[in-house]
Design a protein around this ligand. Sequence first.
Ligand code: AMP
Length: 191
Amino acid sequence: MKNLVLFGPPGAGKGTQAAFLKETYGLIHISTGDVFRFNIKNETELGTLAKSFMDKGELVPDQVTIDMLSAEVAKNLDSKGFIFDGFPRNVLQAEALDVLLDSYDTEISAMIALEVDDEVLVERLLKRGETSGRPDDANDTVVRNRIKIYYNETAILKSYYAAKDKYFGVDGVGSVEDITVRLNAVIDSLK
Ligand code: AMP
């Protein structure tokens, strides 16, 4: 299996690029944010819980998120692999993911990070908020809070995967096509 963590701050373009990678490599794309939004839309219990955190730009509690992710993986075990988008967000989640994949005799092949400057991110997210209907994109304070949490809690994952020689940084500024080409080059270079 080829299991990729697509990494980068909110607004880096993970969702856009995941859609191309999924097609090219036949992988299952799991975006934890998308699964939460689906649950909010369908007014499930999980959705109500997640919403109370998401509206403030805070992370949903780890165990809730890990259980949800585990269920999504379990549904797709016959696939060629996964693109994890928006997960893991901290070391506890990364460790839980390792344990989960190990239980299926597989592992993370690489973390590929889209690197984009903060001010470009804020601009992109607020612009997306004008049309996406995502409340957490529409408000400058919430957007900056999400970026702050990324640097405080999530960015440390770079060292987690670098220590295992699994971290690959990709310049996330440029046209969508150019960035796809850069990502494909990294994935094609993996064993
Ligand atoms: P995203 O679509 O990845 O930007 O995620 C939107 C929001 O969903 C985040 O700000 C969090 O509130 C929540 N969320 C998504 N993924 C996770 C995760 N792995 N852990 C905790 N909360 C998450």
